[in-house]
Design a protein around this ligand. Structure first.
Ligand code: FEO
Length: 404
């Protein structure tokens, strides 16, 4: 796609990846974009690069505006390969350019490239670079979401180039939020923001709140947020900041996600009375079968809901492998402010439901015990027990939800 001028003299020069469906294990059904930005000023400055497969695309985009060899500065906000793996190709064109990067970013680049001939200036929060009419202010954002991460604020344009933060995995010809809402929908955009936050930023809620507070203390006026993935926030930059604060503060819907897997349909059968009990208590419910859904979708649905019931058959006295995989993944994301329970079927020894509760407790999540376990196949009595447990669980979800 052709370049787009997002502010006077500042251009999106990135690439759209319509085909990516597996983003280091995170399923991206809508593809993604790798956004980078060219600032045409006295010192021509490129902020970020793109994934290596798309190096020629961004270089051609730059070339459509200016001879790339005239670029004086390269700002590297983040070194994850989806943004930095084409740096060597870009630096071949601009060997005398200066790279502005955090100390940890430089250490990371040193591990991936021969950087011995590249010129670096290590930046810290508060450092500025005047490139002509524009001044760039660098703000480190360590662990949001890598140790090297930083953002670049273009003062006179009131533009925050935010690397992964506020991004979404959406391949689209729309470059701006209002364009996307017009050709797709607000709900689709919101879903993409939640999906991205849940799968990438969930562990960092406290850091997000602190960093947004730091930015607010600095009194930076933010008129536009340009992330490194997806659409640029032109019309609702303040709203997406508030959305991040709300998610960091534990925002969820009054809803229960039933996330399960099954061997011979017994655990699956239990989801029916469970779902009905939740519904009859006036709480919305969504049921997700793990082997039928990408992990990132299950994580997103978990994150959207105040409550979660995990369903697992017992296999060899422990949780079913796909459920164990989900629980391990979830533990790494350090979820907060959710209430949980467990259910499942077993043939002889049992053990999976107990293990699921142990996992939830390790995550310091609220639990409603004892859950429901059934031997072999659920009987009518078992189904009644599921229904009653679900009603009780939904009541607890409503009480807990009231705290937020
Ligand atoms: Fe889009 Fe952390 O890379």
């Amino acid at each position: 796609m052709k370049t787009v001028e997002i502010k006077p003299g500042i251009y999106w020069v990135g690439a759209i990846d319509w085909g990516v469906r597996d983003f280091h294990g995170y399923v991206t059904p809508n593809g993604t974009t790798y956004n980078n930005y060219l600032i045409m000023d006295e010192q021509i400055t490129l902020v970020d690069t793109v994934k290596h497969d798309f190096a020629d695309i961004t270089i051609d985009n730059i070339r459509s505006i200016v001879d790339p060899t005239r670029i004086k500065n390269l700002v590297v906000n983040h070194i994850e390969p989806d943004h930095a793996s084409s740096i060597d190709k870009v630096m071949e064109l601009i060997p005398d350019a200066t790279i502005y990067i955090t100390e940890k970013g430089k250490k990371g680049l040193d591990r991936s490239f021969d950087t011995s001939r590249w010129k670096f200036i290590i930046v810290k929060s508060g450092h500025t670079l005047t490139i002509g009419k524009y001044t760039l202010l660098f703000l480190e954002t360590p662990m949001l979401h890598w140790p090297d991460s930083m953002v670049t604020y273009v003062k006179e344009a009131k533009l925050l180039i935010s690397q992964d933060a506020f991004g979404q995995h959406l391949a689209t010809t729309a470059r701006f939020d209002d364009e996307f809402v017009e050709c797709a929908s607000h709900a689709e955009l919101e879903d993409a923001v939640i999906d991205y936050y849940a799968n990438i930023l969930m562990p960092f809620g406290k850091l997000i709140k602190n960093k947004i507070a730091d930015i607010q203390k600095l009194g930076l006026e933010i008129d536009m947020i340009a992330p490194d993935h997806g659409i640029i926030w032109r019309s609702s930059s303040q709203k997406v900041i508030q959305d991040y604060l709300d998610m960091a503060n534990g925002r969820a819907a009054l809803r229960v996600a039933i996330i399960y897997d099954t061997m011979w349909h017994s655990t699956e059968r239990m989801t029916i009375p469970l779902m009905q009990g939740i519904k009859d208590e006036g709480v919305d419910c969504k049921v997700i079968k793990l082997r039928a859904s990408p992990m990132s979708v299950a994580v997103k649905e978990f994150w959207k809901s105040r409550g979660c019931l995990i369903g697992t058959p017992t296999l060899n006295n422990i949780m079913f492998p796909s459920v164990a995989e989900f629980m391990t993944h979830l533990r790494g994301l350090r979820p907060l402010n959710r209430i949980t329970g467990a259910f499942g079927s077993f043939g002889w020894g049992g053990g999976a439901v107990k293990e699921a509760y142990e996992e939830f407790k390790r995550m310091n999540l609220e639990v409603v015990e004892p859950g429901v376990q059934v031997l072999y196949k659920p009987s009518a009595e078992d189904e009644n027990q599921c229904y009653n447990f679900a009603r009780g669980f939904a009541k607890k979800v409503k009480e807990y939800h009231g705290k937020f």
